[in-house]
Every structure is written in structure tokens, then in C-alpha cells.
Design a binder for this molecule. Sequence first.
Ligand code: UDP
Length: 238
Amino acid sequence: MSTFHYPRVLLKLSGEALAGEQRFGIDPEIVRSISRELAEIAALGVQMAIVIGGGNIFRGISSSATGMDRSSADYMGMLATVMNALAVQDALEKENIPTRVMSAITMREVAEPYIRRRAIRHLEKGRVIICAAGTGIPYFTTDTAAVIRALELKANAILKATRVNGVYDRDPEKDANATMYQSLSYIEVLQKKLRVMDSAAISLCMDNNLPIEVFNLFCKGNIKRVVLGETVGTRVQG
Ligand code: UDP
């Protein structure tokens, strides 16, 4: 029997998490420190898949607002996630953690194609898989990709690592009086329009009863506490 509350997790890392203070691009020091923490969890035996965003490099919806075709902009966004995935892979390998980047858009010179059964096999062998290129389809987000991957890989929960401590009633970075929720139902998230994940992603979690743990990525030890079953931020469930 596993001692972990969540023996297999899907960690959603936004692109911005890799950007550090400048909010753009990849900050190698940040990537190193995140990877050290992830390596610690992987070494404990927790099976981990990571879905990585691309907002630190390119976001389709913002670029389509300036007149660019939305699908082309979204494909650029998906390619941005591949760059982030390679950066995280490099940092995890430096921590001696075996990893595989699996891309939803075939680019076999840089990454394996995403094949569900193969992904599960990697997890069973203790490799961290980094799922790149979102769903491979425009008009989606990497949050939705994270939920789909979590469901197909039978992860026990989605770990949504953010810059703040959990889900708040208002933006805590703009309003010091914002209050954090300890737990929420999916329907509350949708009705209150809380910024946890986009509504497509939340609906998928609701329909499949997949718990979401939202917590601060930058508090050391948080990921481990979540995996062991402690509520450190906000838990969203049915
Ligand atoms: N994207 C997409 N389909 C997907 C996932 C992502 O078209 O399945 C594009 C979309 O343009 C998005 C960009 O990739 O804006 C980067 O992903 P996201 O904004 O979800 O990254 P994050 O906010 O997590 O950094």
C-alpha cells in the first residue's frame, strides 16, 4: 500500500511560474529551484506527470486580439510550451531524475509523441513525464490539457501550483483584503467565476470527480505536504 494520499499526481505548472520577477521568458534559477523540489517528491516514489503552460513566452488569445489568426497564435502558444518542457527536463535531469518529454504535436527530433499507454509505462518505471504542446488543438488551454492528461493517466489529483497561497474571493495580488477559501465545490468555482482554471477544465473535473489542489509553488515543502494529504491551500472537489 502506498503511504501517499495521492500516489500519482498531475502537476500543472503555468508558464509564468518559470518566469520569475520579469514575468517573461525562463529564469534558470527559478527552474532549478522548482526542479529541486520536484526531484525530492519523485525520489520519494510519487508518480508525477507535469503539464506545462506557455504564457511566459506566447499566449494565443492575447496575440489574436491584435489581429493574428487565432489558430496560428494558439499553435505558437503550444510551441512555447515545448520550450518550457525542455527547460524543465534539463533541470530535472541535473537532479538525476529520469524524465520524458511527450508532445501532443509530433516533433520526434525533440520529444516523444504523447501515447497514453507509453506515458503510463514511464510513470510506472518512476520516470517523470512532462506533457508538452497542450492538447495539440487550438482554442484550448494547458489547464484543460492538464485535466485530460490527469484523467487518461488516472492521476489521483491535479496539483495546480500558483504564485499565491490558494483560491481567493478577489485577486490577492491587487487587494490585501482578499480572503482565501480552504475548500470549494466545482459548482461554487463556476458560479462565483473564481480564477482557478478555465470553465472547460473545471467542468471536466466536475464531471469526473477529479480533485484539484491549489497551492503556492514557492513555499518550500508545499508539494510534498499536498501529496501526503495535508490541505495547504484550497481543495476543490465535489
Ligand atoms: N494552447 C492551445 N491549445 C492547448 C493548450 C495551449 O492552443 O491545448 C495555446 C494557447 O494559445 C495558450 C498557449 O498555448 O494561450 C499557452 O498555454 P496557456 O495560456 O494555457 O499557458 P499558461 O497560462 O499555463 O502559462
